[in-house]
Design a binder for this molecule. Structure first.
Ligand SMILES: [Zn+2]
Length: 445
């Protein structure tokens, strides 16, 4: 190993995609303080933990991470993480919905906990950083506090939420919105109830995973951006102002099925042609609104679906998101008008069905200000921005003041084997999180 390092650092770089620490830092053991008194986490330890976790469930051919919730690889990652938490001095418990909770006692045992969370599970063929980065930074924060003898007044909890990717299972357990139906959901061919029993849990007790707002002083989550705003602007840190409101609709356009050869163009009531115009009008509406609004048509189908038949029905979905519910609702109102006039012109009928409506989850202003203060202390370039993706933080925002940090995703890629975040950016996020937790420890009651 030593020989490889000395002879061919470039090869190590190529294989791991990670930059090697500068020679001065390579000798560094543990976290340190710079002369200005600011704490800095241990870069090589953070990098090592990210790489080690990134080997669990890694597809050797594609390099993608196959750690879908409660798969063998996810269970292996859970065991590895529990051991890491215990080695870092936390006491670990598994709650009724299989969330892993590591607790570091505070000097004031009466105080509510500062909670740091994210997830170990991945999408199929996911990347090494989605979820993992937040937990590895939380772990490094505790290790760095130990190195630097930093004691908190508040208890600190590190939480790995169960099945984030499948629909925020674990964090919904905390806010009490799970139902018996969620427990019957199948994972790898078996209901969740059976999986929970395998883990030594009693599925009947799932509702007891619920947490009370007076147990949690604040919730913080570090995550990869999964977009390219930070990279484009040359920034190291995103401070999330909130998680967007999200609506999903299914639009059904009814026309008249007819012969593709004998029906003159002027005689058609073609729902597919109308749907095509509607899809284009969505982009026009979103561009007219500007700002952070985004909308996607991800699924479209026609009936009967034959090459030589004018369809009778076209159906498509709309996924539309904005940090502001007001802007989102205004866009929807305008789209209803646009679709109605297209339908009139095309001689078809249009119907809307709501599939999903998720409210926006704003971050807490005091937490945002604290994260801004910490980022400014280090001089790491940063900005405030919305999160277009859902995260466990949107659940926990209902219980406690919430804040999130984003680390840049190279090329904006995520949910992909090519997902990558540079170590120096991960370190910047970890430093800021550490300092922010120390500041919050003083500010929070
Ligand atoms: Zn994630």
């Amino acid at each position: 190993m030593r020989r490889y390092r000395a002879l061919a650092p470039g090869i190590v770089l190529l294989l791991t995609g990670l930059t090697l620490p500068a020679s001065g830092q390579q000798m560094q053991r543990g976290a340190h303080r710079t002369p200005d008194g600011l704490p800095h986490v241990d870069r090589s330890r953070l990098e090592h933990n990210l790489l080690t976790l990134g080997e669990i469930g890694r597809d050797p051919v594609t390099g993608g991470i196959e750690r879908v919730a409660f798969s063998a690889a996810d269970l292996e990652a859970r065991r590895w993480f529990i051991t890491r938490l215990e080695e870092a001095g936390l006491s670990v418990r598994i709650d009724e919905i299989a969330n892993i909770i590591g607790t570091l006692p505070g000097q004031n045992p009466e105080a509510e906990a500062i909670v740091l969370g994210s997830h170990l599970d991945s999408v199929p063929q996911g990347g090494r950083f989605d979820g993992a980065l937040g937990l590895m930074i939380a772990l490094e924060l505790v290790e760095a506090m130990r190195d630097l003898n930093i004691l908190l007044s508040h208890p600190l909890e590190i939480v790995s939420f169960s099945d984030e990717e499948g629909g925020l299972l674990g964090s919904r357990g905390w806010i009490g919105t799970l139902t018996g139906e969620d427990l019957e959901e199948e994972y790898h061919g078996r209901p969740l109830t059976a999986i929970l029993r395998d883990l030594g849990l009693d599925p009947e007790t799932f509702s007891q995973a619920r947490r009370s707002p007076d147990e949690i002083a604040a919730y913080l989550e570090v995550h990869i951006e999964q977009g390219r705003v930070l990279e484009r602007e040359g920034l190291q840190i995103g401070i999330v102002e909130g998680i967007v409101a999200l609506d999903e609709y299914e639009i059904t356009v009814h026309g008249t099925a007819n012969h593709a050869g004998t029906t003159r163009m002027s005689d058609r009531e073609d729902p597919m042609a109308a749907a095509a115009r509607m899809v284009v009008s969505i982009r026009e509406e979103v561009e007219a609104q500007g700002g952070d609004l985004v909308a996607t048509v991800g699924r479209i189908a026609v009936e009967p679906g034959a090459p030589n038949v004018i369809p009778s029905v076209a159906r498509f979905t709309i996924d539309i998101r904005d940090p502001s519910r007001i802007i989102l609702d205004r866009a929807i109102t305008n789209l209803i008008d646009r679709f109605d006039s297209i339908a009139r012109e095309e001689g078809v009928m249009v119907g809307w069905e709501t599939l999903v409506q998720i409210p926006a989850a704003p971050a807490d202003q005091m937490v945002i200000d604290t994260l801004l203060e910490a980022a400014a202390l280090y001089g790491y370039p940063h900005r405030v921005m919305p999160s277009g993706a859902g995260h466990d933080a949107q659940s926990i925002a209902r219980l406690a003041p919430m804040g999130m940090l984003f680390a840049p995703s190279v090329g904006g890629l995520s949910h992909s084997p090519a997902e990558f975040t540079r170590t120096e950016d991960a370190v910047a996020c970890a430093d800021v999180l550490l300092r922010a937790v120390m500041l919050l420890d003083q500010k929070l009651p």
